[in-house]
Design a protein around this ligand. Structure first.
Ligand code: BES
Ligand code: MN
Ligand code: ZN
Length: 484
């Protein structure tokens, strides 16, 4: 279910209303009685940031939030406030809510709406009585003098794309096979207007994508490799930006089987990187963003079977590199490596990969941040970090020191697919680096893609992480014409 966001220039007397105010707001300007206005003034404190007034026939919500130490902290506090309001709205069975903010900036108003819309997300496909379970809220109308149709439409698309990414991650693996993921790519490409080409197993074989094929050997399902492209005539960049997403639809670990209990429970989310890439393509095409972007998604599940690849196997990758597989659970880097080599053909200006790649990254930052590393220049890194702060999908950089790479030396092949027990996120990054020859950023989203405990508007389960981040980053390029 996706909450609609609409711009409006008029607020009717009968509308259920949220007004963002502050300590100096004269609440009487909003058709409230003296009593109601003074009640709000008294009650609206930092610990009590939403006041509900039942006006018998409609509801009025006065909302207030502390500004943070800087702009991005302020935006985040309003998104969180938005999520808090969702509870009130659904309790009161409200279908359409109007945010009227004369006193607040456009950005703050959009952040509140974003928090409401993302916080209202539900995945009800497998609830047999979904009518009963569904939230009442359907539409958020936004009225603010510094906003317009276009700005609200932009946010509506970002919210929609994030929710589609969440749906993909929350889908169960028997439904969401590599082939199904390919069908989702085609469907979204058609809806938004970007080009798609889903390679099937025989095409992947003829390309000799040895990493993807090795991981796929234990599966009953064929692999897919999805190519996506958005190339508008007015693109600001000459060479494409390539996005690569890990599309492991389920990771059992393969023959190096993950221990049950628990470590496998959420491994349907091992395609979250691909969901981020696919849905970012959707969002930039739908908003006709003037930037040339290619998306690549190698996809399969990773399972043990009599045909499965085993520790000790030596495989030949798409670029000819030989890899000694010493742990079949380090499968993400094998499928990504083939996609990263494939990206060389596009002479990219920049390649960004997103992957639920290592438990090590999840351990390092927990559910709060993305571990990133790469060979792109300092300006590019600063720019993606800035976007991370802006949308509150924050990034912390790890080093790619050459000594870490020494751990990947194999006795019999060019590389082995695991390092030692420490610095696992970095050795995975060093493995990927071998297959790049262009400016590159690697985002390990293992800790943030799927969360067990609800976290405000991110909810729980699939978070859709990456879509808002990449959209913001690409939009900056679209408006500056530069990577930084
Ligand atoms: N998909 C996992 C990483 C993962 C772990 C994602 C936990 C989300 C939560 C990845 O394929 C994996 O199994 N990585 C191994 C690599 C190791 C065998 C070198 C890991 O991190 O333990
Ligand atoms: Mn694995
Ligand atoms: Zn994996």
């Amino acid at each position: 279910m996706i909450t609609q966001l609409k711009y409006t220039s008029s607020v009717a007397a009968k509308d259920d209303l949220i007004v963002i105010g502050n300590k100096t707001t004269n609440w009487k300007n909003f058709n409230l009685s003296d009593k109601e206005a003074s009640y709000i003034k008294k009650k609206l404190t930092s610990s009590n940031s939403i006041i509900e007034i039942n006006q018998y026939g409609k509801f009025f919500f006065a909302a207030w939030s502390h500004r943070g130490a800087n702009k991005h902290e302020s935006l985040e506090s309003f998104r969180r406030l938005g999520n808090k309001i969702v509870g009130f709205l659904n309790k009161r069975n409200i279908r359409v809510i109007t945010i009227s903010s004369i006193v607040s900036s456009g950005d703050i108003t959009l952040a509140l709406a974003e928090g409401i819309a993302l916080g209202n997300y539900q995945f009800l496909k497998y609830k047999t009585n979904s009518n009963y379970q569904a939230n009442s809220l359907r539409t958020v109308r936004i009225s603010n003098p510094s906003l317009d149709n276009k700005k609200v439409k932009n946010l509506a698309v970002i919210v929609e794309a994030t929710c589609i990414a969440r749906d993909l991650v929350n889908e169960h693996p028997t439904f969401l096979t590599a082939s199904q993921l390919g069908r989702e790519v085609k469907k979204l490409g058609k809806l938004a207007g970007f080009k798609t080409d889903v390679f099937n197993k025989s095409k992947i074989e003829s390309l000799k994508m040895g990493g993807l094929l090795a991981v796929n050997r234990g599966s009953q399902e064929p692999p897919t490799f999805s190519f996506m492209e958005w190339k508008p005539r007015n693109a600001k960049n000459k060479k494409p930006i390539v996005l690569v997403g890990k599309g492991i639809t389920y990771d059992t670990g393969g023959m190096s089987l993950k221990p049950t209990p628990n470590s496998m429970d959420h491994m349907k989310s091992d395609m979250a990187g691909s969901a981020a890439v696919i849905c970012t393509m959707y969002a930039i095409a739908k908003t006709k963003m003037p930037v040339h972007v290619v998306g690549l998604v190698p996809s399969t599940d990773n399972r043990p079977s009599e045909n499965a690849y085993v520790p000790g196997d030596v495989i030949t990758m798409y670029d000819g590199t030989t890899v000694e597989v010493l742990n079949t659970d380090a499968e993400g880097r094998l499928v990504l490596a083939d996609a990263l080599s494939y990206a060389k053909k596009m002479k990219p200006e920049l390649v960004i990969d997103l992957a639920t790649l290592t438990g090590s990254a999840a351990k390092a930052l927990g559910p709060l941040g993305i571990v990133f590393m790469g060979t792109a220049d300092e300006k590019t890194k600063q720019s993606i970090k800035k976007s991370g702060n802006q949308v509150y999908e924050r990034l912390a950089e790890f080093p790619l020191w050459k000594e870490y790479g020494e751990q990947l030396q194999s006795d019999i092949a060019d590389l082995k697919n695991i390092g030692s027990t420490s610095a696992g996120a970095i050795t995975a990054g060093k493995f990927l680096e071998h297959f790049t020859d262009y400016p590159w950023l690697h985002l390990d989203i293992a800790g943030v893609a799927f969360i067990d405990n609800a976290d405000s508007y991110r909810g729980k389960n699939g978070t859709g992480v990456g879509v808002r981040l990449l959209f913001d980053y690409l939009q900056n390029i679209a408006s500056n014409g530069k990577r930084s």
